[in-house]
Design a protein around this ligand. Structure first.
Ligand SMILES: [Zn+2]
Length: 151
């Protein structure tokens, strides 16, 4: 699941304007959101796994620059923590997508049919990620909530 490459560059230029204390504060907040993301992903994987079946071995939470999720051949499900900033149904779509890879390790017609069986309107959320994925940063999230980035 690819996303725009411009995110990294714009994030770096934004964070370089912060003081040491501000950077530390943002790091602490990021850690909290990562923890929340882990809880959310574990719960949603447990729920959707009862529908999709398949065998997974572990769940890892990452801050992948170019992926929303992945599924290894050994059954490790990886998710991008920044999905915690997306509408929860979009996070669910990525969970369903990766869980379906436990059955189909490709993007074949059978794979997409399985995704559609679990989540009939998945195309809306797939498109939402294409359109809004690059807005899923801690800085943008705090700004949307009206929480200042600087102190
Ligand atoms: Zn995929």
């Amino acid at each position: 699941m690819a996303q725009s490459k411009s995110t990294k560059q714009s994030k770096q230029s934004e964070t370089s304007a912060f003081t040491y204390a501000e950077t530390k504060r943002l790091e602490i907040m990021e850690r909290r959101y990562r923890k929340a993301a882990r809880t959310q992903f574990e719960q949603r994987v447990a729920y959707y796994h009862t529908i999709t079946g398949g065998h997974y071995t572990s769940i890892t939470i990452r801050d992948q620059k170019s992926r929303w999720g992945s599924c290894s051949s050994s059954g490790t499900l990886s998710f991008n923590y920044r999905l915690i900033f997306a509408p929860s149904i979009v996070l669910d779509y990525v969970v369903v997508h990766e869980l379906c890879h436990l059955t189909h390790m490709n993007h074949s017609k059978d794979f997409w049919n399985m995704v559609a069986t679990v989540m009939p309107d998945y195309k809306i959320y797939k498109q939402w990620l294409r359109d809004h994925g690059q807005e899923l940063t801690l800085e943008a999230h705090l700004t949307r909530l009206g929480i200042p980035l600087t102190i």
